[in-house]
Design a protein around this ligand. Structure first.
Ligand code: ADP
Length: 492
């Protein structure tokens, strides 16, 4: 079988381990869900030990299916921003992990935003939001006495889930992260490529030990012998969306990918150029050993495929997500029916937490099919909104959109997306681009795989080329823009 790389994809609802072979194909995989804790409305937590246990379970299952001696490297990719704080001496977390989705620090963020938005944006590329790690750290320091005590003794370690996993994989020897994860904390200066004291002070994270930031493609240590029977190098660490861009072969500036999952996550590689945008986030894409930081612009819509889930589970309008494809295709046109999926407000590029969901244009002839079609169309329109918000010089260079994620199974959606954008949409043949991207990065770090081989292996499942007239596409899009203006501020 030759050399394998084990990609660990530590997601929000579960962890996954996949062993890839030298042709970048998955040869064995395991997935384990873990518990979501909702202690109050809007609060979301995970048990760090349950995260670690499920990682181990997945590794054990995969290593039984392959010859573990063939595993040349381990790669880590993870849900970003989620915050774990633990005691260096005992390895015990002082609180559950506070998940990126958790809104407990929203008020604090609003206060800070009023005063410091510009300065923080210039240093981090981010907006001050509860989504990112910094105010989650401050919350634990303020609310957990043990955390304060340990911080006072210099024993309180901070990490995102990659750091927590690497700490445990290495037998508590390595406390490290990479710039793609660090750039999601609000504490990392993306211009200078280092933790920023001023930000640590501003967000009240003093006293916490921040992980060492190493290049994304570099050696982070070795796994403890018991885990895979021998020590195996951990040779890549990337945030999940950045790993997906890597997994789609998005190495060159202007490469663009959109992931259609629960939300929509669009990333554009901007190379070594740090582009700031008032509508999109600037983030580190990755860093290779001895090379400068590579940057990306990111636009995330909170509700993408989740709207289809909601039609299924909330409204009982459909029985399966897959059914939406035939329903949308059964109509010649949207007949003026639009859906703005602002179910939790609107993310990029609108950033309106007071927006609320809306169906518009309903008449006596409106049927279930119209509502379902409108929810699919909304994914394509939201994607266009993000692309429209890209700086002109980036947008002008875009030739195609690489698509991955669960909802790309929907052919109707992919075709409509190509029509609305007026560029081809290339659907990835690999479902797990996140784990693949991290694994490919690790294979390159240990020198068993090359970037050229990886690019040559990239397989597109299907290309959807635009067929709709541009005039019609622009009409539909203009109507959507109008629908969005009506939904804004509704919940204020
Ligand atoms: P995540 O990684 O965010 O959990 P996935 O990439 O697994 O998401 O995609 C699941 C999402 O895709 C769900 O929100 C689901 O409603 C949506 N989805 C799955 N299949 C289809 C389909 N055929 N048409 C439209 N949406 C779909």
């Amino acid at each position: 079988m030759g050399k394998l790389v084990l990609g660990l994809d530590l997601g929000t609802t579960g962890n996954r381990a996949i062993a890839f072979d030298a042709s970048f194909r998955p040869v064995a995989q395991a997935y384990a869900e873990f518990t979501q804790h909702f202690p109050r409305p809007g609060w979301v937590e995970h048990d760090p030990f349950e995260i670690w246990d499920t990682v181990l379970t997945c590794i054990r299952r995969v290593s039984r299916e392959v010859n573990a001696a063939d595993i040349a490297a381990v790669a880590v990719t993870n849900q970003r921003e989620t915050t774990v704080l633990w005691d260096r001496e005992t390895g015990r977390p002082v609180h559950n992990a506070i998940v990126w989705q958790c809104r407990r620090t929203a008020e604090r963020c609003a206060e800070l935003r009023a005063k410091h938005a510009d300065e923080v944006h210039r240093r981090t590329g981010l907006v001050i939001d509860a989504y990112f790690s910094a105010t989650k750290i401050a919350w634990v320091l303020e609310n957990v006495p043990e955390a304060r005590a340990l911080a006072g003794q210099g024993r309180l370690l901070f990490g995102t889930v990659d750091t927590w996993a690497i700490w445990n994989l290495t037998g508590e020897r390595v406390h490290a992260t990479d710039p793609s994860n660090a750039s999601r904390t609000l504490l990392y200066n993306i211009v200078e490529g280092r933790w920023d004291e001023r930000l640590v002070e501003l967000f009240g994270a003093n006293g916490v030990v921040l992980p060492e930031v190493r290049p994304s493609l570099s050696l982070f240590g070795t796994t403890q012998k018991e885990i895979l029977g021998r020590e195996v190098p951990i040779a890549a660490d990337l945030g999940d969306q950045q790993a997906a861009l890597f997994g789609q072969g998005g190495f060159s500036p202007r490469s663009l990918k959109n992931t259609y999952g629960t939300g929509l996550f669009l990333l554009v590689n901007t190379g070594t150029r740090l582009a700031l945008s008032d509508k999109l986030l600037t983030t580190v894409a990755w860093q290779k050993e001895g090379q400068p930081l590579q940057y990306a612009l990111e636009g995330s819509a909170f509700v993408g495929g989740a709207a289809i889930q909601w039609l299924r589970d909330g409204l009982n309008l459909i029985e399966s997500a897959a059914e939406s494809e035939a329903m949308a295709g059964s109509l010649p046109d949207n007949e003026g029916v639009y859906f703005v999926p602002a179910l939790v407000g609107l993310g990029a590029p609108h950033w309106d937490s007071s927006a609320r969901g809306m169906f518009l244009g309903l008449t006596r002839s409106t049927r279930r099919e119209h509502l379902v079609r409108a929810a699919l169309e909304a994914m394509a329109f939201q994607t266009r909104d993000v692309i429209e918000a890209l700086p002109r010089e980036v947008r002008g260079e875009i030739r195609a959109l690489k698509a991955d994620g669960g909802a790309t199974a929907n052919n109707w959606l992919m075709q409509f997306q190509a029509d609305i954008l007026g560029i081809p949409v290339e659907r990835s043949a690999v479902a797990e681009t996140t784990a693949l991207g991290a694994a490919a990065a690790a294979g390159m770090t240990v020198g068993i795989w090359s970037q050229e081989e990886f690019l040559a292996s990239q397989r597109v499942d299907r290309v959807f080329t635009p067929t709709m007239g541009r005039g019609r596409a622009e009409e539909l899009y203009a109507r959507w823009r109008e629908a969005v203006t009506r939904a804004k501020g509704w919940g204020a």
